[in-house]
Design a protein around this ligand. Structure first.
Ligand code: GDP
Ligand code: IMO
Ligand code: MG
Length: 522
């Protein structure tokens, strides 16, 4: 099987949608494997523009499209999107779209919790408020509803009951005393020098309490594994590296307990009404059911038939829950390896990994961004690149290309080669800067440190390249590129240690230069 996996290699919005749509022509099917409708992938074909959030970009070319099990799916939003693209002339029927039966559902209560938490937090994450984090938390917490549950109304009430047993009550509901922040801090500081394998006592306690209180037991080991993963996905977990930094530990503990000691009740929000939720799910079930399928079996059949599969990543490596700028990340793994787990194929089946990289850097939402430009140059990049969020309409933060970050994301993301997009946005800049390292307390770093405090204090070291006056917009061959633009591309390749496989010079599908066909094994 000759496959390709496309992932974002910065902080998202690198132009994945455009490239996936272009590559779809060479593929038999397109598979989303993580994320949800926090993604916004833009595809421009002539005068038509499509903005996709949940639908794989393969639908634009009418290719078989799979929403894999690793995606969290808001069923209402999916139906809205199908209707919206239908009005624009794209017919999305069960003949082309399959929704993995074991994909987790995003419910209104997830969106509400996402928004409530963002509004209540003094240290905001800047989420898209689509409920993605809370839905992944429930998945890891083994209480989520999955697409297949919509097909089985008889068991739905029981599953909703288990879900709400968490959402409507948490520690208070269990009758357990609140966790004492000071005592927890002390315990952590005691354990810090040893870097113990598990990092907090509250997780084990919560695991045991939940097992005792529920009639539908999961049979956990009561070692706190589930709750610890939930806190990881909930971006409130304490990580090994935090133990090295006692000064910031109280703040992190405060964030953790803000969830565990209060939830909906604590936020002053009304409880979710189980029967109303059941009713709306039952209403939607018959419309979702035709799309349900066993996507792993279909992918297995495709492998046996020698078909070409294109795995469509959403978000990007710097938003990855493990390798990104935690906690300012999304709740899924976005690296190429996730394509295997999120679609149900062998890790050997992901094929060539193509990292999508913008010729400069942007970021939406909060979090460290070493090369951010809060000046006229940053404004100019944003204006020329039309840098406004596809999903939330927020203005994207802009800055120069950071080669340190992309070198790192190529390694952690498993990238074989990149697509460099939006080269045209750099047209007309007299000088173009590229970050080649960071300064921190008099030292030079050639990587992004894992500690968020250090990330926020980095000063970029720049190399300055000469710009070009000519236009690259719409170029379809190397011959059409000015010499300095080629120099820029070559320097980027050198600095990141990965070759440019494709180059993009406008939003339009056809304005793409192919250096090498990623479907042909190297
Ligand atoms: P994605 O989330 O990675 O799919 O990217 P988005 O669609 O959110 O944002 C990328 C934006 O850049 C979209 O509006 C694209 O139409 C546009 N785009 C993609 N490639 C290019 C390019 O090479 N040049 C220019 N000027 N725009 C591009
Ligand atoms: P595509 O696929 C850019 C960012 C949000 C926020 C953080 C967490 O279009 O590249 P979440 O709602 O996921 O809990 O928000 O992640 N984010 C994205 N930024 N592009 C995306 O997707 C993003 N999806 C999430 O802005 O900072
Ligand atoms: Mg986007």
């Amino acid at each position: 099987m000759s496959n390709v996996t496309v992932i974002g290699a910065q902080w998202g919005d690198e132009g994945k949608g455009k490239i996936i749509d272009w590559l779809a022509n060479r593929a038999d099917m397109v598979v989303r494997f993580q994320g949800g409708n926090n993604a916004g992938h833009t595809i421009v074909v002539g005068s038509a523009t499509y903005k996709l959030s949940l639908l794989p970009s393969g639908v634009v070319q009418g290719k078989r499209s799979i929403i894999g099990n690793g995606v969290v799916v808001d069923p209402w939003s999916l139906l809205e999107e199908i209707t919206k693209v239908g009005a624009a002339g794209l017919k999305v029927t069960p003949d082309i779209l399959v929704l993995a039966e074991n994909a987790v559902l995003v419910l209104p209560l997830h969106r509400e919790l996402d928004a409530l938490r963002e509004e209540a937090a003094s240290q905001k994450l800047g989420t898209t408020k689509r409920g993605i984090g809370p839905a992944y938390e429930d998945k890891v917490g083994r209480r989520a509803l999955r697409a297949i549950d919509l097909k089985d109304p008889a068991t739905l009430p029981g599953k909703i009951e288990r879900l709400l047993a968490h959402h409507n009550v948490l520690r208070k509901g269990f009758g357990a005393a609140e966790v004492d922040a000071g005592a927890l801090l002390k315990a952590l500081n005691d354990v810090a020098p040893k870097i113990a394998p598990f990092l907090g006592s509250s997780w084990r306690e919560l695991d045991a309490l939940r097992e005792e209180a529920t009639s539908q037991k999961l049979g956990t080991t009561k070692r706190g594994i589930g709750p610890a993963y939930e806190d990881k996905v909930g971006r409130r977990a304490i990580r090994a590296i935090d133990l090295k930094d006692p000064a910031t530990l109280p703040g992190k503990i405060e964030r953790l307990l803000a969830h565990h000691n209060v939830l909906r009740k604590g936020f002053g929000a009304a409880e979710v009404d189980a029967s109303a939720l059941l009713k709306s799910l039952n209403e939607i079930a018959p419309r979702i059911a035709p799309f349900l399928g066993s996507s792993w079996r279909e992918l297995d059949a495709a492998r046996k038939a020698g078909k070409r599969v294109l795995f469509e990543g959403a978000q990007a490596v710097l938003l990855d829950i493990d390798h990104g700028t935690y906690p300012f990340v999304t709740s899924s793994n976005t690296v190429a390896g996730q394509a295997a787990a999120g679609a149900g194929v062998s890790p050997r089946a992901i094929g060539t990994v193509l990292g999508i990289v913008k010729s400069y850097t942007t970021r939406v939402g909060e979090g460290p961004f070493p090369t951010e430009l809060k000046d006229a140059t940053g404004e100019k990049l944003g204006e020329r690149g039309h840098e406004f969020g596809t999903v939330t309409g927020r203005k994207r933060r802009c800055g120069w290309f950071d080669a340190v970050l992309v070198r790192q994301t190529c390694i952690t993301g498993g990238v074989d080669g990149i697509t460099l997009t939006k080269l045209d946005v750099l047209d007309g800049f007299e000088q173009i800067k590229v970050c080649t390292g960071y300064k921190l307390d008099g030292q030079v770093l050639d990587y992004l440190p894992a500690d968020a405090n250090l990330q926020a204090r980095l000063t970029p070291i720049y190399e300055t390249l000469e710009g070009w006056k000519e236009t690259t917009q719409g170029a379809r061959s190397w011959a059409q590129l000015p010499a300095n633009a080629i120099k820029y591309v070559r320097r980027v390749e050198e600095l990141i240690g990965a070759p440019v496989i494709l180059l993009s010079t406008s939003p339009d599908r056809d304005d793409t230069i192919m250096v090498q066909d990623p479907f042909v094994s190297r």
